[in-house]
Ligand binder design. Structure first.
Ligand SMILES: [Zn+2]
Length: 374
């Protein structure tokens, strides 16, 4: 069946996350093992064997490394543009974005308030006060998906500890690349998201006329990957054979670009078709405005597993604010917030699952190597 197509930009290059993921799978046995553990845990949440114990928002401290070319002052985006991105994230991840009202009725019940918030760091790794923005001048004309921006040795900026901060690098990116992220499981010194400065936030260079990626959604999308979400079409080049491992997002053929009209049916997913307004598709920024409950389950599996340090590390003041905020969101008087001992329980749970998964991996490897009797 021939689908009507919008004349697309080179969609393959908009997000570099899968490129990096596949490269790492090829190069690193450790990454392959970690990914198996992480996906095992995600599956437990997906099938309901585990569910999130989180009862209030988690706050992720963010450091933004602005890496600007020496002769390109426009790349040195101002504080306002950085702040505009943080605002977008806190709207999008809390389903407080004004355009969430555009979600088609058939999917309205699936919209997720992820209870994940982002704040520029107020303390640097040494405990000193900071505004959470690091500025570096580089001689390099730009960067690509090969991580040069993540090290001062290659003209970029060194990361802050990735178990305590979400590192975001903002720079000039080559070609049509808007950004890329690391899935959980990558080495700590590479962990984080990289965004082209013109696609970061909503003001300054992002506000250039005609820019369809002007609402900060590239960063929302990339942090989705950082929290272990796959592209909604399953990265199978239109084959309908693979999906995003999330049950409540319809199987769809390939990326949607531009501003599709509802419904757009592929992979026999009618009558409602593709959920192209999901942040994990490739539409223009104005065309994406939701995460689903199924995607939230994967994010929770990640936050209570590979990224549990962010739950454990919430400063007391932040935790207190979250508890206070949680009480306003309480359902039927249920007390929100992270109860004493809950984080320890989550970490213990994570450790147990890791052991189980490693056992599974060893068993599988033994089978492949012919050592197994089965
Ligand atoms: Zn992506």
């Amino acid at each position: 069946m021939t689908e009507p197509t919008v004349s697309p930009p080179p969609a393959r290059d908009l997000c570099g996350t899968m490129l990096v993921h596949r490269r790492m799978l090829n190069e690193s046995m450790s990454y392959r093992s970690q990914r198996a553990v992480i996906e095992n845990r995600a599956l437990q949440y997906e099938i309901g064997r585990l569910s999130s114990a989180r009862r209030g928002p988690v706050v992720i401290p963010v450091v933004v490394h602005v890496v600007a070319g020496r002769d390109h002052p426009e790349q040195n985006i101002d504080d306002e543009q950085v702040h505009s991105q943080i605002t977008v994230l806190n709207q999008d991840f809390r389903a407080a974005n004004p355009d969430v009202s555009k979600v088609p009725d058939v999917w309205r019940d699936l919209v997720a308030d992820t209870q994940i918030e982002f704040r520029l760091a107020t303390r640097d790794p040494n405990g000193e006060p900071t505004d959470g923005i690091v500025r570096v001048v580089t001689d390099r004309p730009g960067f690509d998906h090969r991580d040069g921006v993540k090290s001062s040795r290659t003209g970029g900026a060194d990361p802050w500890p990735s178990d305590r901060y979400l590192n975001m690098w903002v720079c000039q990116l080559a070609g049509s690349l808007l950004g890329y992220a690391t899935f959980p499981g990558q080495p700590p010194h590479l962990d984080g998201v990289v965004i082209g400065h013109s696609f970061f936030g909503t003001t300054g260079t992002a506000a250039a006329p005609g820019n369809p990626f002007n609402r900060g959604r590239t960063t929302t999308h990339e942090i989705g990957h950082w929290l272990n979400l796959f592209h909604i079409w399953g990265d199978d080049d239109g084959a309908c054979s693979s999906d995003d491992k999330v049950a409540d997002t319809p199987n769809q053929a390939d990326a949607n670009t531009g501003m599709p009209t509802f419904p757009h049916v592929t992979c026999a997913n009618g009558p409602n078709g593709d959920m192209f307004m999901n942040y994990m598709d490739y539409t223009d920024d104005a065309g994406m405005f939701m995460f689903t409950q199924g995607q939230l389950a994967r994010m929770n599996a990640c936050l209570e597993g590979a990224r549990a340090s962010f739950l454990a590390a919430m400063p007391e003041a932040e935790a207190e604010a979250v508890r206070a905020d949680g009480s306003r969101h309480a359902d039927a008087g249920e007390a929100r917030g992270v109860p004493d001992g809950e984080v320890e329980r989550l970490l213990h749970d994570s450790e147990r699952l890791t052991t189980e998964a490693l056992h599974d991996i060893r068993a599988a490897l033994n089978t492949v190597a012919g050592y197994s009797r089965w």
